[in-house]
Write a protein that binds this ligand. Structure first.
Ligand code: DC
Length: 226
């Protein structure tokens, strides 16, 4: 398929973006770039270094001195390496999840991250997922998807996923956490979560993973033929 073809997948927390993005990238032989993992990696390092998540200047300096590497991991998606340390699992912790919206709301942090993401996006065919990919990071992406699902469905999926990983969680608190993150990510001043005008909306509430991945791959194939 065409080199340099870019697919942007945006949407609220736990909508299944990364699962679908990984499958689509694999099907098309593209590189998958999880931009949420980059914000999580910085948040993880800030918490470890006792840096205040509301201190924009300190976070900017921290990011300038941080190397974030996303390395493809076969079927498992990608591993996240920060300054030579593998943080793939630890960036998914409850502490990081609770703090990441505050870290990612800072303009200085976003500017630097977007620069890094655009460089990664230049590589070859990419599937990049996040909140502002279609609106800001890759405004010229050939295909833009805005993926959503009801809060109930997203909480249920996260609950099931946690159970498979042996993590105990409560459906009610997952619903609260997801709604709170949606609110913070949509209401922030810099590049809020928003559907790009030319994005295709996919509500995955009653769709299977295979159906969603199939639909996106078909759309991508149609567009590369144009
Ligand atoms: O996709 P995720 O849940 O791993 O993302 C974690 C947080 O990072 C999310 O709550 C908002 C932020 N984020 C962002 O602001 N912009 C992106 N492109 C990706 C994630």
């Amino acid at each position: 398929m065409t080199k340099g073809f870019k697919i942007a997948i945006d949407g609220p927390a736990a909508a299944g973006k990364s699962t679908i993005a990984k499958i689509t990238a694999k099907k098309l032989g593209y590189t998958y770039i999880d931009t949420g993992a980059m914000y999580r990696a910085l948040t993880h390092k800030a918490l470890e270094s006792n840096i205040d998540i509301n201190d924009e200047a300190a976070l900017e300096v921290l990011l300038q001195n941080t190397e974030i590497m996303l390395t493809p991991l076969g079927n498992e998606g990608q591993s996240v390496i920060v300054d030579d340390k593998d943080v793939t699992e630890s960036i998914r912790s409850q502490q990081v999840t609770a703090a990441v919206s505050a870290v990612s709301a800072h303009q200085a942090v976003r500017e630097l991250m977007v620069k890094k993401q655009r460089i990664l996006g230049e590589a070859t065919g990419v599937v990049m997922d996040g909140r502002d990919i279609g609106t800001h990071v890759l405004p010229n992406a050939e295909l833009k998807i805005f993926m959503t699902a009801s809060v109930e469905e997203r909480a249920q999926r996260r609950y099931d996923e946690n159970r498979t990983r042996g993590i105990d969680s409560s459906l009610e608190s997952l619903k609260r956490e997801i709604s709170e993150r949606d609110r913070a990510d949509s209401e922030r001043l810099v590049s809020p979560l928003k559907q790009a005008e030319d994005a295709i909306l996919i509500d995955t509430t009653s769709m299977s993973i295979e159906e969603v991945a199939g639909k996106i791959s078909r759309l991508a194939e149609e567009r590369t033929r144009r």
